[in-house]
Design a protein around this ligand. Sequence first.
Ligand code: MD3
Ligand code: FE
Length: 201
Amino acid sequence: MAPGAVLVPDWLDADGQRDLVAACREWARNPAGMRTVRTPGGGTMTAKQVCLGWHWRPYAYSKTTDDGAPVKPFPPELGDLARGALAAAYGEAPPAVYDMALVNFYDADAHMGMHQDREERSDAPVVSVSLGDTCVFRFGNTETRSRPYTDLELRSGDLFVFGGPSRLAFHGVPRILPGTAPAGLGLTGRLNLTLRASGLG
Ligand code: MD3
Ligand code: FE
């Protein structure tokens, strides 16, 4: 891929995928479900979302949710998952503190427009794990949200790590390929888990 962007296909086996789906369901359920994110321009995002560790509000992080409730904790096992992901992608784990996760759920019609992730104060790589339906992922450049970009498919169990010059690349999810989740996973739609170092202490 581009410098700093490493795709590890089939990083999680079937059992690992099933465990992570179950965990995502727990994190989404307690105490509140997944939320619909409203953007400052008055739009709504089609992917539903849960934040762990830090609350992401377009376009800032906070320690309370929109209704003033404390943000759900960052599960320590996700720190281990992040370290394992960095080792798999780069062969070593840079010493950043991973303290926030975003879980995005896409139904068949959901998508995510081209954007940069630049609310974090840390330049540590973003770790992304895909579960369920395959998506078309659009990986762009650091200058504009338009071409040049590369479209590729992310499948259940795939790991993608975005560090170095790729950290500020524009990216998005133009579409989901419904019905492509592995049989036996028990997931209709797509879950994406991103792990980040907020750098906010
Ligand atoms: C490249 N999520 O949560 S994951 C996001 O599939 C987000 O839910 C998409 O974009 C999803 O912000 C894409 C791949 C990804 C995540 C973060 C990145 C690619 C990235 C940050 C920087 C560069
Ligand atoms: Fe993003």
